[in-house]
Design a protein around this ligand. Structure first.
Ligand code: HEC
Length: 108
């Protein structure tokens, strides 16, 4: 299906971050929606709009669960920062940090 591959290619390069897929009930998880907003506002400038990487490492197309088996592992990095990655504990609420950790893990 060439049209679909072109679409996927375009969305992987630039533009808005991937939409949260709707669940079986036809509704997208509102926590993941919040996570997407947070990602677009605070993360995509370094990790790429689709998580393809940039100043920060790639977050998509890999199994983050392998490096970070627990959601709290991601929450810790986002809250505390690491090397050249800033800490977000003072600029984002705990709810926003949890939401963006889930978005990165479940959607990207
Ligand atoms: C100013 C650029 C910058 C911003 C903004 C930023 N990061 Fe990072 N991020 C980095 C860098 C650089 C690293 C690699 C840190 C290291 O050397 O260990 C990193 C590492 C990570 C890692 C670990 C990746 C790995 O391969 O181990 C995750 C997960 C992550 N960032 C998520 C986020 C999330 C979520 C946000 C938004 C809340 C965010 N980052 C915002 C630069 C950034």
């Amino acid at each position: 299906m060439p049209a679909i591959s072109v679409l996927l290619l375009v969305s992987a390069c630039a533009g808005p971050s991937p939409e949260v897929p709707v669940g079986p009930d036809g509704v997208a998880d509102p926590v993941l929606q919040l996570g997407r907003d947070v990602y677009s506002g605070s993360c995509q400038q370094c990790h790429g709009s689709a998580g393809e990487g940039g100043a920060g490492p790639r977050l998509n197309g890999r199994d983050l669960d392998e490096d970070y088996p627990q959601l709290t592992d991601l929450i810790e990095i986002i809250s505390g920062g690491r090397e050249r990655m800033p800490s977000f504990s003072s600029s984002l609420s705990e709810a926003s940090i949890t939401a963006v950790a889930r978005y990165v893990r479940e959607v990207l």
